[in-house]
Design a protein around this ligand. Structure first.
Ligand code: NAD
Length: 413
């Protein structure tokens, strides 16, 4: 799955279609497709073997009319400026769709974190913050975990930023609880996917009892979606990581797979599970297919063979524009990323609010508020799609684009 400009070009076409439906000018569509600021930095790091390596880091701030930019930081060998641009613009739409007072941003460093020691990763992260600290912060741009980063990395960002500006927990979210992280943030994206799936099923009269799911990706989003689906009674029959995919008709044993991955680094040959090919996984017949790895998992090459009743986009940009169109023609519903995986940014927002107010919310409050905000957004999307006879992604974009435009109008651009 090479990262390229597909997410960005797909975004631009969804955005343009929404602007056309809403009657906005081409200038507005251009403005919404452009980033307000793009940062590129070179980061030299002395490796453990004494050699000097240079990494490239990016931060793109897409829009801040509705609030400070908000979005993840990705560590992956395929990270490039176009990918970060596309992901940043999706964040603007996501925060607008779920109606939280934040804008959109994204960052990344082109590196393979699996080939870096903890010391090298920490140095890389701290140096990245040293390079860009003037442009980030609680009132301007707040980072969070994404592919290849986690609470530990966010902790280093917090520590480095606070060394310059004084204790500033609200400058970054997804931190360890001990540093002001929020209850529920670790599982938030998966929990949110389950909430949206439940609302979708309700709107379509699909019973979740005995429903089946297939999940691509075995990281934060994939694992937590599997755990949250289990609570809803949805049976996850296949799941994969970047190296292997496994299937079990009775439902995969997620706890055993987590243990196996930790101990052996791979899911392959897990007891009681059949090892299958990566493409077979995506084409497995199921109710809900959740691509929760990287972008462009479903393309025009394989969209015709998807056998799911609905695709719930756990990852950002997992479908190319062509794949989206093919699934539409085949009457396979697509619940778009900006709705399906918004649980992460919603609980990040709760973390930011708690940090600013020096408060600690109990887990029950997080769960209740997450379900309320995401439930409202999902209902709005399903209702608008039904009334306007458009697909869910178009409905979600209509709502989000109109909110961003309203804020831009109010600020006088
Ligand atoms: P992660 O780094 O924790 O996990 C990514 C997983 O994908 C890993 O298990 C990796 O092995 C797997 N993977 C990579 N290539 C694969 C392939 N070809 N086939 C199968 N599996 C593959 O990342 P994450 O945080 O879980 O993020 C996954 C996706 O969800 C990304 O698109 C990210 O932008 C999006 N997302 C994440 C969050 C969050 O809170 N972490 C929130 C919203 C959206």
């Amino acid at each position: 799955m090479p990262a390229d400009s597909t997410t960005k070009s797909a975004f631009e076409s969804f955005l343009k279609a929404a602007c056309d439906r809403l009657g906005y000018s081409e200038t507005i569509a251009s403005l919404l497709s452009l980033a307000a600021m793009e940062i590129k930095v070179e980061i030299p790091v002395i490796r453990d073997n004494g050699e000097l390596a240079i990494f490239t880091g990016y931060r793109v701030q897409h829009q801040s009319a509705r609030g400070p930019c908000k979005g993840g930081l990705r560590y992956h060998p395929h990270v490039d400026l176009d990918e970060v641009r596309g992901l940043a613009s999706l964040m603007t739409m996501k925060t607008a769709l779920v109606n939280i007072p934040l804008g959109g941003g994204k960052g990344g460093i082109t590196c393979d974190p699996r080939n870096l020691s903890a010391r090298e990763l920490e140095t890389l992260t701290r140096k990245f913050v040293k390079r860009i600290h003037r442009e980030i912060g609680p009132n301007s741009d707040i980072m969070a975990p994404d592919v290849g980063t986690n609470a530990r990395v966010m902790g280093w960002i917090h520590s480095e930023y606070s060394a310059i500006y004084g204790h500033s927990p609200a400058a970054v979210t997804g931190k360890p609880i001990a540093l002001g992280g929020s209850a529920g943030r670790e599982t938030a994206t998966g929990d949110g996917i389950a909430i949206v799936t439940r609302e979708y099923a309700k709107s379509r009269n699909i019973s979740l009892d005995g429903a089946t799911a297939v999940i691509q990706g075995f990281g934060n989003v994939g694992i937590n979606t599997a755990l949250a689906y289990r609570k809803l009674g949805i049976k996850v029959i296949a799941i994969s990581d970047s190296r292997s995919a496994v299937y079990c008709e009775e439902g995969v044993d997620i706890d055993a797979l987590v243990k196996r991955k930790r101990e052996r680094g791979s899911l392959a040959d897990a007891e009681g599970h059949k090892t299958i090919g990566a493409e077979d996984l995506l084409e497995t017949e199921c109710d809900f297919l959740v691509p929760a790895a990287l972008g462009n998992a479903v393309t025009e090459q394989n969209a015709g063979r998807i056998s799911a009743r609905a695709v719930i986009e756990g990852a950002n940009g997992p479908l190319t524009r062509e794949a989206d169109q093919i699934l539409g023609e085949r009457s396979i519903d697509v619940v778009p990323d900006i709705l399906a995986n918004a649980g992460g940014v919603i609980v990040s927002y709760f973390e930011w609010v708690q940090n600013l107010q020096r408060e600690v919310w109990p887990e029950e409050r997080i769960e209740k508020e997450l379900a309320r905000i995401l439930g409202n957004a999902a209902s709005a999307v399903f209702e608008h799609a039904g009334q306007s006879k458009i697909d869910y992604r178009s409905a979600a974009f209509d709502i989000a684009v109109a909110r961003v435009k309203e804020a831009l109008d109010a600020t006088g651009f």
